[in-house]
Design a protein around this ligand. Structure first.
Ligand SMILES: Nc1ncnc2c1ncn2[C@@H]1O[C@H](COP(=O)(O)OP(=O)(O)OP(=O)(O)O)[C@@H](O)[C@H]1O
Ligand SMILES: [Mg+2]
Length: 231
């Protein structure tokens, strides 16, 4: 479907997620609704266990909703199959997980290049990968494998990878959670630059007050619900 700028980047309506365990059903998300306009920088906050990662995973089509609607650029994603979701994610989404999910058999640089290779992109990809690694302060770690990198370094590689294809929407779960102040500031700068220069819509889950303070909007979650929405 064609996207227009009048459409929100993300539209969520009455979203529920329940998970059945052997003994009972856990209601993780309980009726979430919000719109994210194109180019907004939204921070999602809330206590551990409030449902932030679950929400982000649903927005990225990584998990099935129990009930409700999610549209990305006007396109409903809740009914799509895995192949359709993969195409949509490649086109629209960069995603940084709370666990970094780097490919262990690839170097830092190869991990950053991977989305371009999967998408069949070439051209400026190698130089962009180098430039992104430089931006996250890892140009000297290019040839290292994930196991040779610290948690914070892996997180920065994951972020560089997420930006590789200049996604219109970037979702990140605690992108600065394991970084020291200096590297956290680098990563925040990188995201703000993408937001400003390329109009990237940012949806970040964070506990980091410095990061949340730079966002244009903060949504607070508690027990699977939105309890405040401050712009
Ligand atoms: N597969 C699952 N089965 C049962 N419960 C689950 C499952 N996944 C998540 N939960 C529960 O759902 C709730 C929300 O989890 P979620 O990971 O979304 O929280 P969060 O806000 O991201 O927390 P944190 O800040 O610690 O990362 C938690 O109580 C968690 O235990
Ligand atoms: Mg989480």
């Amino acid at each position: 479907m064609a996207s227009t700028n009048s459409q929100p980047a993300i539209r969520v309506r009455d979203l529920y997620k329940s998970i059945a365990t052997s003994t009972h059903t856990v209601d993780i998300l309980r009726g979430i609704s919000f719109d994210v306009p194109q180019g907004q920088f939204l921070a999602i906050m809330g206590a551990s266990g409030s449902g932030k990662s679950t929400l982000l995973g649903l927005l990225a089509g990584l998990d099935a909703v129990t009930r409700g609607s999610i549209q990305l650029d006007g396109e409903e994603i809740t009914g799509l199959n895995e192949d359709q979701l993969a195409v949509l994610r490649a086109r629209k989404l960069g995603f940084v997980f709370q666990s970094y999910q780097l490919i262990p058999t690839l170097t830092a640089e190869e991990n950053v290049l991977l989305p371009a290779e999967l998408a069949g992109a070439n051209g400026d990809s190698p130089s962009r990968a180098k430039q992104l690694l430089e931006t996250v302060g890892l140009d000297d770690r290019r040839d290292h494998y994930p196991v040779q990198l610290s948690g914070g370094e892996q997180q920065r590689v994951a972020l560089a990878r997420a930006f590789m294809l200049r996604p219109p929407i970037l979702m990140a779960d605690e992108p600065t959670g394991n970084l020291d102040t200096t590297n956290g500031a680098h990563v925040l700068d990188l995201m703000l630059t993408m937001n400003r220069n390329e109009g990237t819509t940012l949806v970040l889950v964070t506990h980091d007050p410095a990061l949340a303070g730079r966002a244009s909007r903060r949504i607070q979650m508690r027990d699977g619900e939105i309890v405040s929405d401050e712009q």
